[in-house]
Design a binder for this molecule. Structure first.
Ligand code: NAD
Length: 499
């Protein structure tokens, strides 16, 4: 456990932090082969944190070769599952032992509040690895129902070399959701973190090595999407590409797979999730508080953010007032202040995007009822107020396009059928919530919603035991739970006819 710290103490720890920005290939921290670097800038105060290796095709070649060689050697891929489990359990422990350092890196690198990083991101990443490790020696193959003189064995085998490309909003958690099942099933992995938040991934590499993962099994290549990301996606010797990020890049990755070796491509992409509140919601105060956190947590930079708040007309005005009240707790603050709930936006480009969308909402005729301003410019950091638009129509751009910031669109409805039609009128299908005291309305709505996760009378529930992923253009395949193993294994049928 970490000791509680004040903002000043976190700042002192930040000042003494040694940050490594190198790539990790075949068991070694090393610069990019080209020697190129980019500066990692903190959105907390605009300070340069580290020079980070800008990897490209040459580094990808090196990492893929190392990953393939060690895969073929069997050093990891052929270990008994219980042996891989022991190493991964130690990896998860080490993450918790380095909790303060990892939380601080995540906070400085992408701007999230230190308390979230410490109490949310670090334990969730460790839990993903721990849960998956615990499961791996408990999943069995199958025997087919054969005639007496035959044996049909159905088994799972690791795919080989897995490239994992992840985003910047939950860098450790998104990485853990991929690397845990990939490593547990015996693959070699190359992790490409976002260029906006590479630091914790690099730290993970050293911790994985300390836990006993052999050289070449887990590699980390920081760098840009269009350089090293593309190189991995087009690589003829990468067997599987797993991705979390935007729908636009997800589509591009499918093209790269088709242009190269038809590698398996698993995509967790964008969302525009509806949060449907009926007038008979069991607890409107709770619904309002969760509607606020659904749009403000992690500065709204959440794929499952409840960005479309669908409210029954009879309570709309009152409920919007309650959400506005609840959002007062989410006023942006210094990310290193342990009391802060809402931190900095990841970078200038993302801040500009959010501010642009606020302008678009106004010009589309939506009514700005909360927020709408950039704040705390004097800190050198990037902060924006949680923002609420009422009177939104689902066809407006602020309701149909993913903003990825704390901008809420409120849409009124009068019947359950209308709410469902609005909710499903989206290219996305990642998550949805429904609030009602009527079990029939709850279940009928939940069944009708085209989304990978549906929450009843709360927002954002679930844990490692439940699969996570999207319908429609929110992606394919599932992270978390035993279903995640499907992505990282090939199914083999071995048939024996007895003489
Ligand atoms: P992004 O798509 O811009 O980038 C994601 C990753 O892809 C980064 O590592 C980036 O460098 C890389 N990349 C970009 N172009 C590439 C290319 N041509 N080839 C290979 N790699 C490339 O997304 P982002 O801005 O980092 O993250 C925000 C997005 O992620 C949002 O759309 C959000 O909804 C989504 N997201 C989805 C989930 C989910 O589980 N469904 C979870 C978190 C975030």
């Amino acid at each position: 456990m970490s000791t509680p710290r004040t903002q000043q103490q976190w700042q002192q720890l930040a000042a003494s932090l040694t940050i490594n920005g190198q790539a990790y290939i075949n068991g070694r921290l090393q610069p990019a082969i080209s020697g190129e670097t980019f500066t990692c800038i903190s959105p907390v105060d605009g300070r340069g944190l580290a020079e980070v290796a800008s990897c490209d095709l040459a580094d990808a070649e090196l990492a893929v070769t190392a990953a393939r060689q060690v895969f073929e050697s069997g050093k990891w891929s052929q270990l008994a599952p219980v042996q891989r489990k022991q190493v991964l359990l130690r990896f998860a422990e080490l993450i918790l032992e380095h909790r303060d350092e990892l939380a601080l890196l995540e906070c400085l690198d992408m701007g999230k509040p230190i308390s979230n990083a410490l109490n949310g991101d670090v334990p969730a990443a460790a839990r993903a690895i721990n849960w998956t490790a615990e499961a791996i020696d408990k999943v069995y193959g199958e025997l087919a129902t054969t005639p007496h003189n035959q044996v049909g064995m159905i088994s799972r085998e690791p795919i080989g070399v897995v490239a994992a490309i992840v985003p910047w909003n939950f860098p450790m958690i998104m990485a853990a959701w991929k690397i845990a099942p990939a490593l547990a099933t015996g693959n070699s992995v190359i992790l490409k973190p976002s260029e906006k938040s590479p630091l914790t991934a690099i730290r993970f590499a050293a911790l994985a090595a300390e836990a006993g993962i052999p050289a070449g099994v887990f590699n980390v290549l920081p760098g840009y999407g269009h350089t090293v990301g593309k190189a991995l996606a087009l690589h003829m010797d990468v067997d599987c590409l797993v991705f979390t990020g935007s729908t636009a890049v997800a589509k591009q990755l499918m093209i790269y797979a088709g242009q190269s070796n038809m590698k398996r491509v698993w995509l967790e992409a964008g969302g525009k999730s509806p949060n449907i509140v009926f007038s008979d919601a069991p607890n409107l105060a709770k619904a309002a508080a969760e509607a606020a956190s659904a749009i403000a947590y992690n500065q709204g930079e959440v794929c499952t953010a409840g960005t479309r708040l669908l409210v029954e007309e009879s309570i709309r005005e009152r409920f919007v007032g309650m959400v506005g009240e609840a959002l007062k707790a989410w006023k942006p603050g210094h990310p290193l202040d342990p009391a802060t709930m809402s931190g900095a936006i990841v970078d200038q480009q993302q801040l500009d995007r959010i501010i642009d969308y606020i302008g678009i909402g106004q010009s589309e005729g939506a009514r700005l009822v909360e927020g709408g301003q950039q704040v705390m410019q004097e800190t050198g950091g990037l902060f924006v107020q949680p923002t609420v638009f009422d009177g939104v129509s689902n066809r407006m751009r602020i309701a149909s396009e993913e903003i990825f910031g704390p901008v809420l669109s409120v849409i009124g409805f009068t019947t359950a059928e209308e709410a469902i039609a609005i909710a499903n009128d989206s290219i996305y299908g990642l998550a949805a919530a429904v609030w009602t005291s009527d079990i029939n309305t709850a279940m009928k709505t939940a069944k009708a919603l085209r989304a990978g996760s549906v929450w009843i009378n709360h927002y954002d529930g679930g844990d490692m035991t439940a699969p996570f992923g999207g319908f429609k253009q929110s992606g394919n395949g599932r992270d978390k739970s035993l279903h995640a193993f499907d992505k990282y294994t090939e199914l083999k049928a071995t048939w024996l006819v007895l003489e």
